[in-house]
Write a protein that binds this ligand. Structure first.
Ligand SMILES: Nc1ncnc2c1ncn2[C@@H]1O[C@H](COP(=O)(O)OP(=O)(O)OP(=O)(O)O)[C@@H](O)[C@H]1O
Ligand SMILES: [Mg+2]
Length: 266
């Protein structure tokens, strides 16, 4: 744990150059640091400057929809939060439950409770549904039991011996979410969970996410299907060209056709 708190041990100066003078992570109401907070994060793919000073907070148990047009920087922001190598975080702070994610590598962020469900689902070839879930639990911290995941997604239970990559798109999405819940997740990051799925399957996954919401799982959801995400979410953050252009209640975006037209083209 001590090593995680010491940026010297983890990041070269070229990868992270700290916080600008006078900048501090935002404080939630009552003077407490928010459960999750990113503060003035800037991230690059090589020379390409993509995440351009993004700041927002997420309260414990809240669902935040991170929206914006294609190429706005949503996936890049999630990846920067999950501390994957690309895009490289050059500046800013990211805090989860009082721990500095900005000093960590992705495996440490995962151990701390970041659960990224990537857009491409990444089901492991040659493994059954159950083996995919068990693999997620090979190292601590272990989250939900396999049976609890099957309770949430009965289709996965029915297909527990089927090879994961032969599942339908919707079932693979369920497995990808289930595999993340098999770890002890404090912040769930969902990148386009409804992508490429038939409306009936979207509804099924929506119902599951509603259940996860009732359980109080803190979540950031990125979704092209903005209306569906806004119905699920408490708050919305809209990105445009790598910057936050709106941060407010999800209902405000649903009620504001001009805002939706300007930044979401819907
Ligand atoms: N590996 C990469 N190398 C260079 N540029 C990249 C890379 N990945 C993404 N980008 C660029 O970063 C910008 C933001 O991409 P990002 O994937 O974060 O957008 P997004 O908001 O998730 O879009 P979409 O809705 O299409 O998924 C885009 O201009 C994209 O071309
Ligand atoms: Mg994306």
């Amino acid at each position: 744990m001590e090593a995680q708190n010491n940026p010297e041990n983890l990041l070269g100066g070229d990868q992270f150059d700290g916080v600008a003078p006078g900048m501090k992570p935002k404080m939630a109401e009552g003077g407490q640091r928010a459960f999750f907070s990113c503060w003035d994060i800037h991230a690059y793919y090589g020379e390409s400057y993509i995440v351009q000073g993004v700041s927002f907070d997420v309260r414990e148990g809240e669902i935040v929809a991170l929206l914006g047009r294609n190429g706005a920087g949503k996936t890049s922001t999630l990846r920067a939060i999950a501390r994957v190598d690309d895009p490289a975080l050059h500046h800013g702070e990211i805090w989860l439950d009082h721990q500095p994610l900005h000093t960590m590598r992705s495996h440490q962020a995962s151990q701390l409770g970041i659960g990224l469900v990537p857009e491409d689902r990444r089901i492991i070839q040659g493994l059954t549904v159950e083996e995919n879930l068990k693999l997620a639990q090979i190292a601590p911290p272990v989250g939900w039991s396999i049976e609890r995941i099957y309770d949430l997604f009965p289709r996965l239970g029915e297909r527990r011996t089927q090879e994961g990559t032969t599942l339908s798109g919707g079932e693979q999405q369920m497995l990808s979410i289930g595999r993340t819940l098999a770890r002890d997740v404090k912040l769930l990051l969902l990148d386009e969970p409804y992508e490429g799925l038939a409306p009936v399957i979207v509804q099924e996954i929506e119902k599951t996410l509603e259940q996860i919401k009732i359980l109080g799982m803190t979540t950031i959801i990125v979704e092209q299907n903005a209306i569906a995400a806004l119905h699920l979410a408490d708050r919305a953050i809209i990105l445009d060209m790598g910057q936050v252009v709106f941060d407010g209640k999800a209902q405000e975006v649903l009620d504001n056709a001009d805002l939706r037209q300007q930044y979401l083209a819907i």
